[in-house]
Design a protein around this ligand. Sequence first.
Ligand code: ZN
Length: 247
Amino acid sequence: MGATLDALFRLQKIENQLRSVRGQIESKNRRVTAQLRRINTLEQQLEENRQTIARAQADANNLELQRKTHEAHITKLREALNQAKSNKEYAAILTQLNTDKADALKLEDRVLAGLAKVDELKKKADEIQAQLEKESARLAELKKDVADQEAQLADELKSLEAQREQAAEAVGPENLHAFERACERHEGEAMSAVERVHPRRAEYICTGCHMSVPLERINALQTRDEVQLCPNCLRILCLDAPSGATV
Ligand SMILES: [Zn+2]
């Protein structure tokens, strides 16, 4: 293998390490983001629950007010009953009194049901609140984890970035451009080995995209120290990957 491909392999190796370190940090950051979303959902639920409680409480208060008005009315009817001046008047007041009593009982049931609903909603709110506290503690743990890991990997990142810069210089600007473009298209896998697919005929494919590679590129790879790209996926072609480099 020529010096150019050698330099590109070194660059690829460092690129892989860099991406792996960055990937570790990103994956933890993603967990923080997911946890933030979870907390946000719980906060929304809690807020909706608060509003429902307020409405249910207002309904119950309103019913209680109606019930009290009925009670006052019933008291007045009782007094009127005692002062009835005729049997006919007495009977009329008694009928009204019984109707009002029945209404008041119905209202009382509705007040109790309303208050039970409020209690139930408050219990649900307590559950959400407890869950929220648990998830918030988890978030703090995750954030600390990210900070710890970033501190731990900061030196490694710095050293890898310096190494990458050196390796990039060694491949030259034109090859570096091809390398970075392939990295971008293929998630950091800029290089691809060719493989002979026919035992008798000289037919080769790029193992990155599995499309055939023209023979002149294979010949050039075998004879010249210059970069050959896969015509299909634009990865940098190599005859085989040297040990130690993950390509
Ligand atoms: Zn290819």
